[in-house]
Design a protein. Structure first.
Length: 267
C-alpha cells in the first residue's frame, strides 16, 4: 500500500494553501457527512484523527457544545499550526495515528476524514482508534473511492502522466489506495469493530476554475515535495484538466463529483 510520509511535514505555506483552497473546495463538504454518520451529539468526547487544519474537528465541536470535548490529532506540525490559529476550545495534539499517546476508552467518537489511506499501517491506526473508544463507541471515517469516481483528479493524474512524470502521477493516485469498499470493511472488522456499514457517496468538489484545482494540488499536497514543475508544464497540465472539466461547469464555478466510501462501526 502506498503511503505519504511527505504529509508528515509539508511546509507552513503548503498548509496555508491547503486550508484556503483545498479545504473549502474538496474537504469541507465531507465534514457534515462524517459528523452526521457518527451521530455526534452534545456532551460527546470526540477525537479527529489526521485532522489536518481542523475542518471536521470544528464542526464536531459545534455539535458537542460546551459539555463535550474535541481533540484533533495530526502528525503534521504546519497543519496543526493553522488549526490552532483559527480555532478555540479544541485540543490539538501532534502525534502518529499508529501510536496515540492517550489512555484507553477516552472517547465516545473517533472520526477520520480521508486519512486512513495515508497511514503506513492502516490496520494499526484502526486498532488505536478502537483502543481509544469506550465500549459501544462510534467510528466514522471516509476514504476516496476509485479514481474514476473523481473525474477532476483522474484528469489531473492523466495530465501529470502526460506532461510531468510517472512519479508525479503516482503521487496523486496514492490517495485512492483504499478504493475497494470490501477492503475498507475488512480492515475495520480486523481492528475489532462491529456493526460495520460501508456506503459509497458522491459529493461535489467546487473550484472557480480547473486551474485553481491544479494549482492547489501542486502547492498543498505531497506533490509539492517532489520538486518544482516548470511553468510550461503547469500550463499544459492546466489546459488538459480544463478541457476534461468543461462538462462540469456550473455558472461561475466548476462542480466536479468526488466519490468516497463512508464507514460507520461500533467498538
Amino acid at each position: 500500500m502506498t503511503s505519504h510520509p511527505a504529509w508528515q511535514q509539508v511546509s507552513g505555506n503548503a498548509a496555508e494553501i491547503y486550508a484556503l483552497h483545498l479545504v473549502p473546495g474538496m474537504f469541507a463538504p465531507w465534514a457534515p457527512v462524517l459528523v452526521d454518520t457518527a451521530g455526534v451529539q452534545p456532551g460527546d468526547r470526540v477525537i479527529d484523527i489526521a485532522c489536518g487544519t481542523g475542518v471536521v474537528a470544528q464542526l464536531a465541536a459545534e455539535r458537542t457544545g460546551a459539555t463535550g470535548q474535541v481533540v484533533g490529532l495530526d502528525v503534521n506540525t504546519a497543519m496543526l499550526a493553522v488549526a490552532r490559529a483559527q480555532t478555540t476550545g479544541i485540543e490539538w495534539i501532534e502525534a502518529n495515528a499508529q501510536a496515540i499517546p492517550l489512555p484507553d476508552g477516552s472517547f465516545d467518537v473517533a472520526l477520520c476524514q480521508h486519512g486512513l489511506q495515508q497511514f503506513p499501517d492502516p490496520l494499526a491506526a484502526l486498532r488505536e482508534m478502537r483502543r481509544l473508544l469506550v465500549s459501544n463507541g462510534r467510528l466514522a471515517l471516509c476514504v476516496w473511492s476509485h479514481l474514476d469516481g473523481s473525474p477532476g483528479m483522474a484528469a489531473l493524474v492523466a495530465a501529470l502522466e502526460r506532461h510531468a512524470s510517472p512519479a508525479a502521477a503516482n503521487n496523486r493516485r496514492a490517495p485512492f489506495a483504499l478504493s475497494d469498499a470490501r477492503q475498507v470493511h475488512s480492515l475495520i472488522e480486523n481492528a475489532g469493530f462491529r456493526e460495520i456499514t460501508v456506503r459509497t457517496v458522491a459529493q461535489p468538489t467546487r473550484f472557480p476554475n480547473p486551474e485553481a484545482l491544479v494549482t492547489a494540488q501542486l502547492a498543498a499536497t505531497p506533490l509539492s515535495t517532489l520538486g518544482a514543475i516548470d511553468d510550461d508544464t503547469v500550463r499544459a497540465i492546466q489546459a488538459d484538466v480544463r478541457e476534461a472539466m468543461e462538462p462540469y461547469r456550473n455558472g461561475d464555478q466548476f462542480a466536479i463529483p468526488m466519490e468516497a466510501h463512508v464507514a460507520f462501526a461500533r467498538a
